[in-house]
Ligand binder design. Structure first.
Ligand code: ADP
Ligand code: MG
Ligand code: MG
Length: 250
């Protein structure tokens, strides 16, 4: 589904990704961990098409297409979803209108007619129940005045509505209390199918108590330097990142 080869990218003229390789298949959950400043958010931004980030080498294939050639909108329409580390507030735009526009844009891309109002609201209700989000959030403007935890829950709700093939969740656990963490993790688990995949970017092992990854990767200085099963997350929790530096000969 996703094939990243030797990806090199820079921001503001500074190279951050230094030859990153990663492959994700349908049905898989990957965790990307790594110290602050390693390039985790840069990777998420590059994949979503943020134009502040320049790709200077390598390739990214998503479902057989070169992702780099697609606009951010088309990446979304092709089934890519990014949950931001810091979701933006959009005052004056209601959740209903925001999601109706997004869902119908996706449908248009697949040559499907827009959903009827009633069907859309029914879908909203079903997805709200699925990820346990209540109407006090969905009746408001997008993220306006939401707490950190509410913003993250709302991202999972958007993910439920858009039914992406590949979701990239950037630091979904930062700023979450344990209840919000469970809501987010349960949402991710409830949305998991054999056809979609998730990349969870996280600094801490905590989230991975609830979302069990098939693979854990360590991103360090702009490259994946180690890949293993979920036990690697526990090892990191115990030992921190210093041993990685030692293994790298630093
Ligand atoms: P992580 O998410 O792993 O903590 P980031 O990808 O956010 O790391 O950052 C990697 C490096 O890129 C850091 O040194 C950071 O300061 C730099 N960086 C990221 N985004 C920008 C930006 N918009 N402008 C300048 N530097 C940036
Ligand atoms: Mg960070
Ligand atoms: Mg980050």
């Amino acid at each position: 589904m996703l094939k990243i080869k030797d990806l090199q990218a820079s921001v503001e003229g500074k190279q951050i990704l230094n030859g990153l390789n990663l492959e994700v298949k349908p049905g898989e959950v990957h965790a990307i961990m790594g110290p602050n400043g390693a390039g985790k958010s840069t990777l998420a931004n590059v994949l979503s098409g943020n134009d502040k980030y320049d790709i200077i080498g390598g390739s990214v294939e998503f479902d057989g297409k070169s992702l780099i050639d697609l606009s951010p909108e088309d990446r979304s329409r092709e089934g890519l979803f990014l949950s931001f580390q810091y979701p933006v507030e959009i005052p004056g735009v209601s959740m209903v209108n925001f999601l109706k526009t997004a869902v119908n844009e996706h449908r248009k891309y697949k040559n499907l007619p827009p959903l009827k109002a009633g069907d859309f609201l029914k879908m909203m209700r079903e997805k709200k129940d699925l990820v346990h989000i209540d109407s006090t959030l969905t009746n408001r403007s997008v993220n306006e005045g939401f707490s950190g935890g509410e913003k993250k829950k709302n991202e999972i709700f958007q993910m439920a509505m858009l039914q992406p093939k590949l979701s990239i969740l950037d630091e979904t656990d930062s700023g979450l209390d344990i209840d919000a963490l469970r809501v987010v993790a349960n949402g991710v688990n409830a949305l998991k199918t054999k056809d979609n995949a998730t990349i969870v970017v996280t600094h801490y092992q905590r989230l991975l108590d609830y979302i069990v990854p098939d693979y854990v990767h360590i991103l360090y200085k702009g490259r994946i330097v180690k890949t293993a099963g979920k036990e690697l997350a526990l090892e990191l929790e115990e030992k921190g990142y210093d041993w990685i530096k030692e293994e790298m000969g630093e």
